[in-house]
Design a protein around this ligand. Structure first.
Ligand SMILES: Nc1ncnc2c1ncn2[C@@H]1O[C@H](COP(=O)(O)OP(=O)(O)OP(=O)(O)O)[C@@H](O)[C@H]1O
Length: 299
């Protein structure tokens, strides 16, 4: 169980994380979503005791991370795939970690195999690893102590589509066996396939969170009319706000009946009227976080 309560972090006048609260429960994968600079890494670093919060608190199984005895046996952490000593081989990295954690070194080969790093790869120095191989090694490191909780920052970076598919399976299996997973990404599609819950962050604040299925169900209606301009006028007249989709439709934050009535009152011919589903969630994500990436780039 991970509990984050009113966590904030300021760097000078700038809030990097602003009053963030959420929980991650056993048996679930929580997708932590947001554009670049949204505050995902800072939040995860605070959970892992690497960055002191300005205010608020975070606990892992009810205890602040820094007070966990032998934390690697409780929480597997992958925050930076390039953090491993570049001059050591993959096997050396894991063997040292096993000795530090008091884990049987026979688990090293098991962990390497579990993340798909073969014998030849295990003998190579980390500096010769691709980003995808570093992510796999980082995951092996995180899993080595057989923890019940995984905290992973953008673990899919550098993995090819087959690698991403493999990792989803591993995380799903971990959670299905009762584990707790917190997984960050700036790509909705990447976590949508594996997450049970979503926490969406923009500009340091949580802008949406909840059960993935509920967020999907409540993410509006797609409507498309023969006369798109007249539809826009009809929606505005009915007090409904919409966001254009890439294929000429509009996602409206209202149910199908409300949207259909607004169109019927204006005598419009509709070509499409359906629950927005994941395209609605994508629109919600884009709308809620709009401008944050641009602001970050301008900083
Ligand atoms: N040590 C620091 N000093 C000053 N500002 C920082 C520091 N660390 C992070 N920030 C700022 O805090 C904000 C949140 O950054 P953070 O790295 O947590 O975002 P993120 O969502 O993980 O983004 P990314 O996907 O780009 O890593 C950004 O504006 C960033 O510039």
């Amino acid at each position: 169980m991970i509990t984050v309560e009113n966590l904030s972090k300021r760097y000078g006048p700038h809030p990097a994380v602003d009053d963030v609260s959420f929980t991650c429960t056993p048996g679930t994968v929580t997708g932590f979503l947001g554009p670049n600079g949204a505050g995902k890494s800072t939040t995860m670093r605070m959970i892992c005791g690497l960055t002191p919060p300005t205010s608020g608190s975070a606990t892992v199984d009810g205890v602040p991370y820094r007070r966990l005895g032998n934390p690697g046996r409780r929480v597997g952490v992958l925050l930076d795939a390039s953090a491993q000593h570049a001059g050591r081989t993959g096997r050396e990295v894991l063997t040292l970690a096993a000795l530090t954690m008091g884990v049987d070194t026979r688990r090293v080969d098991e962990s390497l195999e579990r993340v798909g790093l073969n014998r030849a790869a295990a003998k190579r120095r980390v500096k010769a690893y691709s980003l995808g191989m570093r992510q796999r090694l980082g995951l092996a490191y995180a899993l080595l102590g057989d923890p019940g909780i995984l905290i992973l920052d953008e673990p899919a970076n550098g993995l090819d589509p087959e690698g991403i598919f493999w990792m989803r399976g591993l995380l799903r299996d971990f959670a299905d066996r009762g584990g707790t997973v917190l997984l960050s990404s700036h790509l909705l599609r990447e976590v949508e396939a594996v997450a049970d819950r979503l926490v969406v962050i923009g500009g340091g604040r949580v802008v949406a969170q909840g059960d993935k299925a509920e967020l999907l169900a409540s993410s509006g209606t797609v409507v498309r009319a023969l006369d798109a301009g007249a539809l826009g006028v009809a929606l505005r007249r009915a007090g409904l706000s919409g966001a254009a989709t890439t294929d000429g439709g509009v996602v409206v934050q209202a149910d199908a009946e409300t949207v259909g009535r607004a169109a019927a009152d204006a005598g419009l011919v509709l070509l499409e009227l359906r629950p927005a589903g994941s395209s609605g969630l994508e629109n919600l994500f884009l709308t809620l976080t709009a401008g944050e990436s641009a602001k970050e780039a301008a900083r």
